[in-house]
Design a protein around this ligand. Structure first.
Ligand code: ADP
Ligand code: ZN
Length: 432
């Protein structure tokens, strides 16, 4: 039997979703026009008034919002409520450029908790679950986001935060954690450590909820195997809410976007044109119920597709495919577009010989880009290092369409991150 956190919302008919979205969109557009100078100016420039929003299609008349806007109007100029109504500030992890902040009202925090609660229940959680939150707590939305969601379900929460890995695992065994929430790269690391400690048979884990960074299906398999769990993908971003914007059900064919809170669109990142359903492009989100710092048509820079077909789980909210990468993740090396996820895919196919823990180092020498990839050998590796290196270089060249120099390193020699993995070191910037 499928369980839902809010069946009346999670399984709403499409027509009811659209009616709700239009009503909330009108409400939100009016609020931001009246309360946020940037939106008022942009809408005036575009010649759009709140009353011009008569259907969901009219959404495309509204201007986009970008991460740069959040920087330009830092820290409080995009608030649509008086500052005294803000009860929490979170900040982006600053993976790309200067940090941005987002302010939440009490009602915003409640909605965020609801988004994550839907995820926990979809991962078979309930008030008997023991949820270990190994996302970092603090400005990063992972820790507090998962925490509030699990509390909302009434689970027992263990707020270990990230780090101190052996202690985490001892707690996991002693307290019988049933659900683990952290970044997928930290889950991999926990998996490796569980193996070293030889305690897999003491784990009571059933499911994991992993997000905040891109990960591949191969990585999912490895985590599921290492920890003996079902691994769910969860998506979120500070600007919009934090983890729980969309969440994966047991079917694991994309993450259901909380459509009662957000309207998603897919656009061509180069032209801004809205693409038809099913197209691959940049995800744009409008927050239709958020009070504190509402954003209209926010360009997430995450590349994915939307799937409106019915899901076997019975949920009706649209599913987004796992983001393939970000528009700003893409590296241009010697004129060729390279996504780090492509490298990860190659390494995961060779998981007997190497670990998927890698680092890309790019530099510029004599006006030509150099492209090096440090990869760790797996502890089990006992083949010939030189031929392993050649094999990986050949596979990478055919995947990327450009040559890279592979350096095979001893197991565990690349620093493990407890938060988001840092995969790219681009030294070209130093020469600009
Ligand atoms: P930053 O932009 O500084 O990394 P955030 O911590 O808010 O700040 O990260 C949000 C971003 O993380 C998203 O825009 C997306 O690129 C990435 N992300 C979050 N969850 C996932 C996921 N499940 N799969 C892939 N990428 C994800
Ligand atoms: Zn589903």
């Amino acid at each position: 039997m499928e369980r839902y956190f809010q069946p009346e919302i999670e399984t709403m008919e499409r027509s009811a979703i659209e009616t709700h979205q239009l009503e909330k969109l009108k409400w939100q557009v009016k609020r931001v026009y009246e309360n946020v100078q940037m939106y008022r100016e942009r809408m005036d420039d575009a010649g759009v008034k709140p009353e011009d929003i008569k259907s969901l299609e009219d959404l495309s008349k509204l201007p986009f919002t970008t991460k740069q806007d959040l920087r330009d109007y830092y820290p409080f100029q995009l608030l649509a409520v008086p500052k005294r109504d803000i009860v929490r500030i979170q900040a982006s992890s600053g993976t790309t450029g200067k940090q941005i902040v987002s302010g939440y009202t009490r009602a915003d925090l409640d909605q965020w908790a609801t988004g994550f609660a839907r995820q926990l229940v979809a991962a078979d959680g309930d008030n008997t679950s023991i949820v270990q939150v190994s996302y970092g707590y603090g400005l990063f939305t992972g820790g507090l986001g998962a925490h509030q969601g699990a509390e909302k379900v009434g689970a027992m929460v263990i707020p270990t935060s990230s780090g101190n890995t052996e202690r985490q695992i001892r707690f996991m065994c002693d307290l019988g954690s049933t659900h683990l929430c952290c970044t997928p790269s930290y889950a991999m690391y926990l998996g490796e450590t569980v193996k070293e400690m030889g305690v897999k048979n003491r784990l009571k884990l059933k499911a994991g909820i992993f997000g905040a960074e891109p990960w591949t299906e191969e990585m999912r398999k490895q985590i599921e195997e290492a920890l003996g769990i079902k691994a769910h993908d969860v998506y979120g971003l500070t600007e919009i809410m934090g983890p729980g914007v969309s969440y994966e059900c047991r079917v694991q064919q994309g993450m259901h976007i909380c459509e009662d809170m957000f309207i998603p669109e897919i656009i061509n990142p180069d032209t801004g044109e809205v693409l038809p359903p099913g197209s691959f492009g940049e995800l744009v989100l409008s927050t239709i119920t958020k009070e504190g710092q509402p954003l209209l048509r926010y360009r997430t820079r995450d590349l994915c597709t939307l799937d409106y077909s019915p899901c076997e789980c019975g949920r009706t909210h649209v599913r987004m495919k796992k983001p393939a990468g970000r528009t700003d993740d893409m590296l241009i090396i010697r004129g060729v577009n390279v996504f780090p996820s492509q490298i990860e895919e190659v390494l995961l196919k060779n998981s007997i010989e190497v670990s998927p823990n890698y680092q890309i180092i790019i530099d510029r020498v004599n006006n030509t880009d150099t492209f090096d990839i440090n990869v760790e050998l797996s502890p089990k590796f006992n083949g010939d290092v030189e031929s392993e290196k050649k094999k990986l270089e050949t596979q990478l060249r055919s995947m990327l369409g450009i040559g890279a120099k592979v350096h095979l390193l001893r197991p565990k020699s690349i620093v493990r991150s407890e938060g988001k993995a840092k995969r790219v070191i681009d030294n070209r910037k130093l020469h600009d």
